[in-house]
Design a protein around this ligand. Structure first.
Ligand code: ATP
Length: 560
């Protein structure tokens, strides 16, 4: 049997004199060690799952292998154990080169005495570490199990009750395969109680979120693209007891779609199996949401972004190029940048920061702001400040909308002593109209990464009460624009002089294309009616999970 010692950073395991006690996968030819997990609790009746681990990667005799606590899904003292200090450990380990992880389960005998190997330690009665020479031993294996489990789930609770929503159409139809091959084995390994529901039509997740019993689940896991979390939060928003829904239920995503910005920004990965582990081990936090308001439509929640101009065109206007995969987006952007495409509009902001210096100071002050996730929301938390006074008719503000109001454009507006007071609905400030007449990109967001290698909002903070704005002018010379676009992976574009970058608490965009032409407005990657829109913020409304409690690192702090 394998032998184990308990260390401060995980369990150290090595193969003992006897063979590892793994159940052999009946389908394998013996060249692989695998196992069947017989305890699937999935209501869809998906049956047992198998994860194969290549033998060459399994434990080597006489070598201590560290299993970090974070990788441990479950530890148990089997009721039929032959010896008192026998534990069954279920943990994850990398498989292949794609960043995926698989599940391993094995029986180990825990060593309680220091041996000659300096890398091993001794455990005391509470299962805590004692690196010194001592004869202390644990007496009750259940204490040891408890101790290891509390370290394995130091930021979260084991066995959350999950509602898993999956969209069979997401990710070009691959989402179910991702779920069964990568997500489900981890859930089963962690003994999670989960219910799987497949969405049957667009809007189905809205209905599910509107109707679920709030006492039945702790977390809704969207095994999809960004479309399902967008629907789930809107389903909650339409409930009469929405304050309770958002207070009780965590919304998260494991990446099984084409656009997976939530998972990348919050769980730090685009690999479904790894995201599932992060989801189980990460910290529950609160994040702000945005409210998208358009005349003639009820307000909709948005967790990610709103965009008009080149990005919206490249996202939604290139649907016909789907056969190109994700390249369609880059091609769409490039085509329009080279053609100096412009999207005239008028834009007004409720500024929180105007200049890049102000933004940096704000960022430093609000970075790593903690909050109490157990505080219950009330209906007051959903009150909109600017909806009742929404006016998206530019002529009611300044007559002829295309007249230039502010003269020459500057990428950082001059610092103003008369900064708008947050509660004054009159204090909207219209952005330089010459720039708006020549707008190339308008992009507003709440999460830093919008796709792989695209750190579009590096200064986004989950609960700072602001929306990040990135805006560009089509008159900018091509070289500077391309330079900015090639800096997106590291988030360095926002430092370029040609790129406007603000934090605001609300904004409005009124498209004014010539001759009644139409373009696109994209919200969380979904197409919205092409008309004026106003967006404001709801502070700390959504409970979600983030690795280490914060967004994926963007590198912004180091640049300040
Ligand atoms: N069974 C279904 N058939 C068709 N559409 C669906 C179904 N279930 C959900 N949808 C819709 O599909 C949209 C996109 O889903 P999702 O974001 O999960 O996938 P995706 O592959 O990332 O999407 P996209 O291809 O739009 O980028 C959702 O917003 C939802 O409205």
């Amino acid at each position: 049997m394998a032998r184990a010692t308990v260390e401060s950073d995980g369990l150290k395991i090595r193969q003992g004199s006897r063979q590892l006690q793994l159940q052999l996968d009946p389908d394998s030819n013996g060249s692989k060690i695998g196992f069947n997990l017989p305890f699937c609790s999935c209501s869809a009746g998906c049956g047992p799952n198998t994860t194969d681990i290549d033998e060459s990667e399994s434990l080597k005799p006489s070598v201590w292998n560290l299993i970090p606590y974070k990788n441990i899904l479950w530890v148990d003292h089997p009721s039929n154990a032959l010896i008192e200090d026998e534990l069954e450990i279920t943990y994850t380990k990398p498989v292949g080169n794609s960043g995926e992880i698989g599940v391993v389960r094995l029986l180990v005998q825990v060593e309680t005495k220091r041996n000659n190997d300096s890398s091993s330690s001794i455990i005391d009665n509470e299962g805590s570490i004692n690196g010194t020479n001592s004869n202390s031993q644990y007496h009750d294996p259940n204490d040891l199990v408890k101790s290891i489990m509390s370290k394995a789930y130091k930021d979260s609770k084991p066995q959350p009750r999950l509602l898993v929503l999956t969209n069979p159409k997401s990710g070009q139809g691959k989402s179910i395969k991702f779920f069964t091959s990568q997500v489900e084995p981890i859930l089963i390994g962690a003994r999670c109680d989960y219910k799987l529901m497949k969405t049957e039509y667009s809007g189905h997740a809205i209905q599910i979120a509107q109707e679920i019993d709030l006492d039945e689940f702790d977390i809704i896991v969207c095994a999809s693209g960004d479309g399902l979390p967008h629907e789930v939060i809107n389903g909650f928003y339409q409930r009469e007891d929405r304050a309770e829904a958002f207070s009780k239920i965590v919304v998260t995503q494991v990446p099984c779609g084409s656009g997976n910005a939530m998972s990348l920004s919050c769980l730090n990965t685009l690999v479904p199996s790894l995201a599932t582990l992060e989801m189980l081990k990460g910290r529950i936090v609160r994040t702000d949401l945005m409210v998208m308001c358009q005349e003639g439509h009820s307000p909709k929640l948005s967790f990610l972004s709103q965009t008009y101009g080149i990005i919206a065109e490249a996202d939604i206007g290139t649907e016909w190029m789907r056969f190109l995969g994700s390249a369609r987006f880059e091609i769409g952007v490039l085509q329009r940048v080279l053609g100096h495409a412009r999207y005239p509009c008028s834009i007004a902001f409720k500024y929180v920061t105007r200049s890049k210096n102000q933004l940096n100071d704000f960022y430093k002050k609000n970075y790593n702001k903690k909050e109490d996730v157990s505080v219950k929301l009330t209906e007051d938390d959903f009150k909109l400040k600017y909806f009742d006074t929404m006016d998206l008719n530019p002529e009611s503000h300044f007559g002829s909308p295309s007249s230039s109001l502010f003269g020459e454009s500057t990428a950082s507006l001059p610092e103003s002593s008369s900064s708008p007071t947050p509660t004054d609905p009159e204090n909207w400030e219209w952005f330089d109209q010459q720039t708006c007449d020549n707008l190339a990109i308008f992009y507003s967001g709440k999460m830093p990464y919008i796709s792989k290698d695209t750190n579009f909002f590096p200064a986004a903070l989950r609960n700072d009460g602001t929306i990040d704005i990135v805006l560009t002018d089509s008159r900018t010379n091509l070289r500077a624009t391309c330079d900015a676009l090639f800096s997106l992976d590291k988030g360095l574009h926002v430092w370029k002089d040609e790129v406007y970058h603000f934090k605001v608490e609300a904004f409005k965009v009124i498209p004014m294309l010539p001759d009644g032409k139409k373009s696109f407005i994209s919200v969380d990657g979904e197409s919205f009616p092409f008309q004026g829109f106003q967006v404001e913020l709801l502070s700390g409304i959504m409970k979600t999970i983030m690795s280490d409690g914060e967004f994926k690192e963007t590198g912004f702090l180091e640049k300040i």
